[in-house]
Structure formats: C-alpha cells, structure tokens
Design a binder for this molecule. Structure first.
Ligand SMILES: [Zn+2]
Length: 341
C-alpha cells in the first residue's frame, strides 16, 4: 500500500484549496520538460465546488481522450454548477488524461499509456502513471463517490450503458444497480471488472470510495442522444448521493434493462482482417449462431467473405465503429440475459 511519503513525491501540483468553500477553477500542473519548455507543465483543467459539509463526488471524463460525451457533460457542469446549489463538494476533472484528451486519443501520445489500466500509478513513472497516482493518492482519499464517464471512443459505439462491477455479495450488487437506476441509462451491464486493480473503479474502492462507470455513445464524436442521457444521468447521480436537492420521482423515470457481459461468448472478435460489414444494428436482439458480420478481403475480392457468428443470445449494446478490422479486433458485445438466480 502507498504511503504519504510517496504522495509527497508527486511532481503534479494544484493551486486549488480543496477545503475552501466556493467555486475554484484552475489546472493540475503536469510536469512536462521538453525542448520548447524546459520547466513547463501541461494544464489539466480542474474545478472544485464546495458548500459546507456533505459528501464529496469526483466527476471524471477524458480518462480515454477519444471519448467526448463525458467531457462535454462535465464542461457544461463546470460552467453552470454553482456552489450554492450543492451540499458538500464536487471535484470536476473533465480531461483526466489531459495529453490523450487534447490529442483525441485513447492513450497518451506522450507515453502510449492507458490511464484506465495503470492505477494505482507511480509518482516516479511516466506521465500517465503520475496522473493515476495523483488521482488515486491525492484526490480519491477525499472522495465518497467517483463517477467516471466513458464512451466507446473511436473504435466502438455503445448504446448508453451503466457498467456494474460484479460482486458475489447480493447486497453489493443491489447497491450497484441502484446507481444504474438513478442514472437512468437504457442499459445496465454487469462486467467481471477491475482489470486486475488497474481501473479507476478499482482505485476508488482501494481508497474507500464507490466508483461507477458509464459508456455513452462513441465513434469518436459526440452523439446528441448519448450526451442528453449523460447530462441527465450525472445530475440525477448528484441528487442520488445527496449533493444536490432530491429530484421528484416520476413514472416516466427511465429504468435500465439489466444485462450481463460476464463470459467470453458475450464478445464477438474478428478472426480475420477485412472490411467489417455488420449484419445487425445496435439494439438488435440476437441468438447464438446468428450471422453477426461479414469480413471482406477487398484486396482479393474474388475470395468469399468470412462470416462471423454470435456465440450467445442477447441484445447488441456495442458495435465496432470503424470500417476495417484486424484479426483480434472487437466487433460487437452483447448484453446477455442475467443468469438464473
Ligand atoms: Zn473509456
């Protein structure tokens, strides 16, 4: 486990006083010494709103830099949210892996690292590991809830889905589902989760906070429908945890459809390179053995295309966004029916 000593080693600094009431807008200073700028730092925007006692929420987007609905949601919130409207504290980090977000890339162009695979990070590591270390060791210990907003990025497109981390404890699963219900995405999907402790959700858990993730749209752009779902969901989450005033319940409140992606059969991968011709649309209900896609080798157009089949029953909640696929690329993933209790 980390110690306070290794926190002191962090070269990342932030002028914000997280204990002060009011709204503070500034930058994390990510040290980046290059030929153009020997003592320079990269400016990762951060906003802290505080109003007396209450829970603390860390809102993150841009952990993957090519996922934009969350970044826009948090930019709007940073602009509009007033400290008088909250109780407790909201910390907004809209470009969490700033170099990746600035470059519209999933991973950092500086060190090629994926922020959601390097927690708990390293104060003396590459820049992405330094960012992970700062988030986990400086920010998360102050926090009760971590809401990490993702999307399918450049390569995938998701129907808006709240990701739930599977627990063998039924009470814990119910608590996860309550966050999906509060967010109100069309789908809530259980994953095995954690990525071996390297994800933001795992980091939150280590620091005694609850972490929840959503997947909103993708295709490397901002989908208006997914953005609307994300904005509404984040505001509902803030009310759910008591940071903002409770929202009146309505019979029109969306109720997510609970699905699972816990087995390898939930995912469809390309076994050959080619141009990806999907056989179904997002949201399609499919069965095992059904044609999922054809992969066309256009360099040898006289050869037959390769058929790809679904290996489970479910609903298509995620589809590849690019036209070409290499062997090993994810083409679809399904939300499968929950296993019998
Ligand atoms: Zn992501």
């Amino acid at each position: 486990m980390s110690t306070n000593d290794d926190l002191a080693e962090s070269a990342i600094t932030c002028p914000i006083d997280f204990e002060a009431d009011g709204k503070q807008c500034d930058y994390l200073r990510l040290p980046h010494s290059v030929t153009r700028s020997a003592y320079g730092w990269l400016p990762s925007p951060i906003v802290c709103l505080k109003n007396g006692e209450g829970p603390t929420v860390l809102l993150m987007a841009g952990v993957h830099g090519d996922e934009f609905e969350g970044q826009v949601t948090l930019a709007k919130l940073a602009h509009t949210l007033a400290p008088e409207a909250i109780r407790g504290r909201v910390i907004i980090l809209p470009m969490a892996n700033f170099p990746a977000a600035q470059a519209s890339q999933r991973v950092s162009p500086i060190d090629d690292a994926n922020l959601n695979r390097v927690f708990p990070g390293d104060a003396r590591g590459g820049l992405t590991r330094q960012i992970a270390h700062y988030i986990e060791r400086r920010l998360m210990p102050m926090v009760d809830y971590v809401f990490d907003l993702h999307s399918g990025g450049s390569s995938l497109h998701y129907l808006p889905t709240t990701l739930l981390t599977w627990s063998d404890d039924a009470g814990e699963r119910e608590a996860e589902i309550a966050f999906a219900d509060a967010f109100g995405s069309p789908f809530a999907c259980f994953f095995a989760g954690g990525h071996g402790g390297t994800s933001s959700v795992a980091a939150a858990e280590r620091q005694g906070a609850r972490g929840v993730t959503v997947e909103m749209g993708g295709s490397g752009l901002v989908s208006p429908d997914a953005l609307a779902c994300c904005e509404r969901g984040v505001r509902r989450w803030l009310a759910h945890v008591g940071v903002t005033a409770p929202l009146p319940a309505s019979p029109d409140d969306p109720k997510p459809r609970l699905v699972h992606a816990m087995t390898p059969e939930s995912f469809v991968f390309a076994r050959h390179a080619g141009v990806f011709e999907p056989a179904v649309e997002l949201g399609a209900e499919v069965v095992a053995g059904q044609l999922a896609a054809r992969l066309h080798d256009v360099e040898t157009p006289w050869d037959a295309p390769r058929d790809v089949f679904f290996e489970a029953d479910g609903v298509v909640i995620c589809r590849r966004a690019f036209g070409r696929a290499e062997r090993g690329d994810c083409l679809f993933h399904l939300g499968c029916p929950p296993p019998p209790a």
